[in-house]
Write a protein that binds this ligand. Structure first.
Ligand code: URA
Length: 299
């Protein structure tokens, strides 16, 4: 007996999953903090370098995927090869399954003709590992007919619970930022993220996860057809602009999002979560918001 109540055991399991220990059902203990993303089940499957070059979807600019930070906190003593993972339809990093998952996402995204159809398609998609640990698919918020579409990175804890993007502390900051130039999600903006499922423990989405979700984001943009795209933070900017330039250099400078047949005015901005952590960036954010307001012709 553990001496724990059923509620305590469930809470403990939940905490493990939140921290990224998604393999709660294996027989042997797993060193989830061991190198090269053992928690993503990558290192033990692909013996060669983890990052096989990725195939970016043809409907969106390539390159510039974000590397999730490598965890290196565990003492070497607990190092032990992770056991083979239980069978799952989610693809492994470095495997052909990533390419297959991207190809499938491209095909399914292309055949979604409406936002509702795309939402259903994303919700039913089983080939991104993030889905396994998320509670909800966080697809969108705001008004689809808005001139502006804002794209963030990934849902956090509150977004995962509620199934809506930007509802936690970063979301509250975003709402204040938007309100300062007269915008709000009830009428004048449409919001989504690069990945629709919360990465466990709030880590950054991996390059593979981003590549698999990208066809859906690209299709999402095509269906919304905004006049202006606002990219919040490094991951959204690098992913959709196909650049390695960081957000602190890129912010506030108008860019173009130009996959096949599209040419959208695009403004990279600091991520609201960064602004929460770094209040000294508020002057930069204000300058960028003024840029946006000017472009909307409402300044
Ligand atoms: N951060 C994001 O990038 N998106 C959200 O939805 C919430 C926090």
């Amino acid at each position: 007996m553990t001496g724990l109540t059923q509620h305590q055991i469930i809470d403990l399991l939940r905490q493990h999953v939140e921290a990224g220990c998604a393999q709660v059902l294996t027989q042997d203990p797993v060193a989830n903090y061991q190198p090269a993303k053992a928690a993503d089940h990558a290192a033990d499957i692909a013996p060669s370098p983890r990052q096989a070059p990725m195939q970016a979807p043809s409907s969106a600019p390539s390159q510039a995927m974000h590397e999730a930070p490598q965890a290196s906190l565990a003492p070497a003593a607990i190092a032990k090869p992770a056991p083979p993972m239980a069978k799952s339809s989610a693809p492994m990093a470095g495997s052909n399954e990533i390419k297959d998952a991207i190809a499938l996402a491209q095909k399914q995204a292309a055949s979604a003709d409406t936002l509702d159809a795309l939402h259903q398609t994303v919700q039913a998609f089983e080939h991104c590992a993030l889905k396994a640990t998320a509670k909800n698919c966080v697809f969108q918020d705001g008004v689809a007919s808005a001139k502006i579409m804002l794209i963030g990175e990934a849902p956090g804890k509150e977004e995962d619970l509620e199934g809506r993007p930007f509802v936690g502390p970063a979301g509250q900051m975003l709402d204040k930022m938007l309100a300062s130039i007269g915008l709000n999600r009830d009428a004048t903006i449409y919001i989504t993220n690069i990945v629709p499922w919360r990465p466990p423990g709030n880590r950054s989405p991996s390059a593979e996860e981003i590549a698999i979700c990208l066809p859906f984001v690209a299709r999402h943009i095509e269906l919304v057809k905004p006049e202006i795209l606002v990219l919040a933070g490094n991951i959204a900017s690098k992913t959709l602009l196909g650049t390695q330039t960081g957000i602190t250099k890129l912010r506030g400078q108008w860019q173009r999002y130009q996959p096949d047949g599209m040419n959208l005015k695009t403004l990279p901005m600091l991520h609201p979560a960064y602004v929460v952590r770094r209040p000294d960036t508020k002057a930069d954010v204000w300058a960028d918001l003024c840029e946006l307001k000017k472009k909307l012709g409402t300044a």
